[in-house]
Design a protein around this ligand. Structure first.
Ligand code: ADP
Ligand code: ASP
Ligand code: MG
Length: 781
């Protein structure tokens, strides 16, 4: 039986609403037999610490205030979640415990660890009862009966046996953070220690995975609450996670990774606020690129210690309940201690420790091996430029520490992040569709790459055709992509493509779809689920049913991903830009019309009464101006799709069928097969010549026109043949060109016109490059 461990931190249990969310996650993502480790709800441990301090200071007023606060918080949770006898017995137990704490305070018998344990005990009990009340098989455990340490050393054999108590048929809700010593006395595993409890239990029950559910969507390049631009990393390696934790980053406890050593247990950090969102996997060394991180150091004392013994830092951190970082600089041992604990540590190390800096703040920068020294220098310059007084600097191959007088504010952190972290990001690009346009796109990429790399390093990592693909996560040499394709392309299934995308360990990922495949476009939601930006020339996704389209847009938004499709209408012509720009400048588009199909533009412009229309159709087919079956062009579907894409760009919630479509052929021909079409070309000629004759009576010529009209209360959209005055810009259009005519509030009588080749491999490929360029610009910001 494979089991998993799920750990919910205090932030995930701070209110009844959060308990509901946690319960849903357990029911959806955990299985009976799994272990659910819980921390104290919200800030309960902080409050218990305050109670301990008030007790030590014999501050009676503070003691009763804090006790009242604890009681009120727990009472509210219980009253909101439990009913009837569940509620009564939980409140009775809570009362008894609070009375007992009060008695211990009065008799001076209060013990710190025993007191702090209450937070986790309350959470485990409440969650267990709440699940039982919902008729879910669940049992609560007190970890003090499962985890024993003797002189600070975990008794693995004993603990494994004790963990045999976990039920295989129930959810096992267990307290994090606490354990007991050989005498059965409570001990705690240090602040944030529930993460460590979770991995310990995982090791003891041979779990398959541990999920640390918290209030961020994984591990970021820096605290996402402080720096908006923080980058969420899909994967980070254990070594860097460990270093971050040792530097006091709260996202994982310093010892979390220890129990996972030499195991294949998977560790994931994910958000209990959005359980379907992306997460961060902490993988073994070498299975993820090394990344850059900034972690805050707020209010620390820097101590210099003589004769620090082996294991002493571990012992000290156990005593002060906090990760302590130490390092050696010019043969001197330094210790970084939260300022609130500085005095305690100085006392513990009395006689061989002195204070170098008191109550300083700053940052630690964790980086790729070898970059630490140079990054320290760069950070020093940036801090000086931003008027920060540096007090101390330390650098190592893998990280550096900069301590300053004042706490760094969000602006300064953002500047540091922009200049030192964002610059190390890369964009991995997968190109699907190696036909005419795709091939030219890759040829153009050879030249364009150096420009893009100045904005953001871009790596081509995948090439896809319908039957074969080539994937190289470390990068395909763009200059020799054809040779690489010929030697290494292999056949594939969709699932393989998706798993390659999932495994790509880049800060940014992009799929460029230059196929014309509807089936491929249906994979977009899965690309987005793997955090890929999208660029497409393909029109299917932009014209898919509204519900699907909106869902895709929403997922993109949730993940802060972009979708650019500039070439799906008018190839490289900047029609999408123009429409967006008008709207952004406060204008209101009232009418959009034009000739959107190069093939139909050519056919209509070339047509005169002397040449039968069908002859032009066959000519276009022979010259490759049309689709292999020209009826696809004549059907007008393609123009209808283009108009829909532009309408949606204008914020209109239209479906394809809301656009009235009149094909450029009689119904009998659109319904029949190709042979029928060829045998009955006369039907097409009569159809067109009759319409042309009618138009000529009004001194007009025929054009296949798309038209969208927006009035205050109505939208009309249609595509079809229309008679157009001979001097109209639609009539004088160069054969094969596209034209987009925009009437808006500011361009009412004299419209804004965009005109030029709306097809062709060079301009289309260049249009895709435009999308790629602007994506890089916005990611590099
Ligand atoms: P929990 O209550 O779930 O144990 P913690 O408060 O201990 O959560 O840790 C999560 C917090 O860590 C986040 O709310 C965030 O503010 C902070 N944090 C700091 N640095 C990072 C980072 N690099 N990535 C993610 N979160 C971070
Ligand atoms: N409740 C403990 C703390 O606040 C342990 C934890 O949250 O992991 O530090
Ligand atoms: Mg925590």
């Amino acid at each position: 039986m494979t089991r998993s461990v799920h750990k919910f931190g205090g932030s995930s249990l701070s209110s009844a609403k959060r308990y509901h969310a946690v319960t849903n996650i357990i029911l959806q993502q955990a299985a009976l037999g799994d272990v659910v480790v819980v921390s104290a709800a919200g800030k309960t441990t902080d409050t218990l610490v305050k109670l301990w301090q008030s007790y030590r200071q014999a501050d009676q007023q503070a003691i009763s205030d804090v006790l009242a606060l604890l009681s009120a918080n727990q009472f509210e949770l219980i009253a909101d979640l439990l009913t009837d006898s569940y509620k009564d017995s939980a409140l009775e137990l809570l009362d008894a415990e609070l009375i007992s704490i009060g008695e211990k305070i009065a008799s001076q018998h209060l013990q710190e660890a025993h007191l702090l344990a209450h937070g986790e005990l309350w959470s485990a009990r409440l969650l267990g009862l709440y699940l039982q009340q919902l008729n879910v098989a669940a049992q609560s455990f007190d970890a003090r009966e499962l985890l024993t340490l003797a002189q600070g050393v975990l008794q693995h054999e004993k603990n494994v046996i004790a963990c045999g108590q976990f039920s295989a048929t129930k959810y096992n809700v267990v307290t994090g953070f606490i354990a007991s010593d050989e005498q059965g006395q409570t001990i705690t595993l240090g602040r944030n220690g529930s993460d460590y409890s979770a991995t310990l239990f995982a090791r003891y029950i041979c779990a398959e995975s541990v999920s640390i559910w918290t209030d961020t969507q994984g591990v970021f390049s820096t605290d996402p609450r402080k720096v908006k631009q923080a980058i969420r990393y899909g994967k980070i390696c254990r070594g860097q996670a460990n270093l971050l934790a040792r530097l006091g980053n709260p996202v994982l406890h310093a010892k979390t990774l220890t129990p996972l050593k030499d195991t294949d247990i998977k560790l994931v950090v994910r958000s209990s606020f959005d359980s379907s969102s992306a997460a961060t996997e902490i993988v073994k060394e070498g299975f993820a690129k090394q990344k850059r991180f900034i972690t805050n150091l707020d209010h620390y004392d820097l101590l210099k210690v003589a004769d620090l013994h082996e294991g002493e830092v571990g012992e000290l951190s156990r005593i002060v309940q906090h990760a302590l970082h130490h390092f050696v600089e010019k043969d001197e041992v330094y210790l970084l201690v939260p300022a609130a604990l500085g005095h305690q540590v100085l006392t513990l190390l009395a006689g061989r420790c002195n204070l170098v800096e008191s109550n300083v703040s700053g940052i630690a920068l964790v980086c790729q091996h070898g970059d630490g020294h140079q990054l320290a220098q760069s950070a020093k310059v940036i801090l000086a430029e931003n008027n920060v007084n540096l007090r101390f600097i330390y650098s190592h191959e893998d990280y550096c520490i900069l301590l300053c007088e004042q706490q760094l504010d969000t602006d300064r952190l953002t500047i540091l992040h922009d200049k030192l972290v964002s610059v190390s990001q890369e964009l991995a690009v997968v190109v699907a569709g190696l036909g005419n346009v795709g091939t030219v796109f890759l040829e153009q990429l050879k030249e364009q790459l150096s420009r893009l790399n100045q904005l953001l390093p871009v790596k081509l990592v995948g090439l896809i055709r319908s039957e074969q693909m080539l994937f190289n996560p470390t990068g395909i040499d763009v200059q020799n992509w054809q040779a690489a394709w010929q030697t290494h392309a292999v056949s594939y299934h969709e699932a393989e493509l998706l798993s390659h995308l999932a495994e790509l360990d880049y800060e940014h990922k992009l799929v460029i779809d230059i196929t014309a495949s509807e089936q491929f476009s249906q994979l977009y939601p899965q690309f987005v689920a793997h955090n890929c930006h999208l660029i497409c020339a393909n029109k299917y996704a932009g014209t898919a049913p509204l519900a699907w389209y909106e869902q895709l847009q929403q997922s993109l938004k949730q993940r802060n991903l972009q979708w650019r499709y500039n070439t799906s209408v008018g190839a490289g012509l900047p029609i999408n830009f123009a429409l967006n720009d008008l709207q952004n400048s406060g204008d209101k588009v009232q009418r959009l019309s034009g000739v959107f199909s190069g093939t139909l533009s050519w056919l209509c412009s070339q047509y005169t009464a002397e040449v039968p229309f069908s002859e032009l159709v066959m000519q276009a087919k022979a010259m490759g101006y049309s689709e292999p079956d020209p009826r696809e062009d004549l059907s007008g579907r393609d123009v209808q799709r283009k108009l829909l894409i532009l309408a949606r760009e204008l914020g209109l919630n239209l479906e394809l069928d809301d656009i009235v479509l009149s094909p450029l052929m009689p119904e009998a021909l659109s319904n029949g097969d190709w042979e029928f079409f060829v045998d009955n070309l006369a039907l097409l000629d009569t159809y067109v010549s009759e319409l042309a004759a009618k138009a000529a009576l009004e001194d007009k010529v025929l054009r296949y026109v798309a038209e969208l009209v927006l009035s205050d209360d109505k939208v009309t959209a249609q595509v079809g043949l229309q008679g157009v005055a001979k001097q109209d810009s639609l009539a004088t259009l160069k054969p094969g060109d596209n034209i987009f005519v925009i009437n808006s509030r500011w361009y009412q009588d004299n419209p804004l016109v965009i005109q030029g080749p709306g097809a062709g491999k060079e301009v289309t490929a260049a249009g895709v490059h435009s999308d790629l360029y602007w994506l890089c610009v916005s990611l590099a910001k």
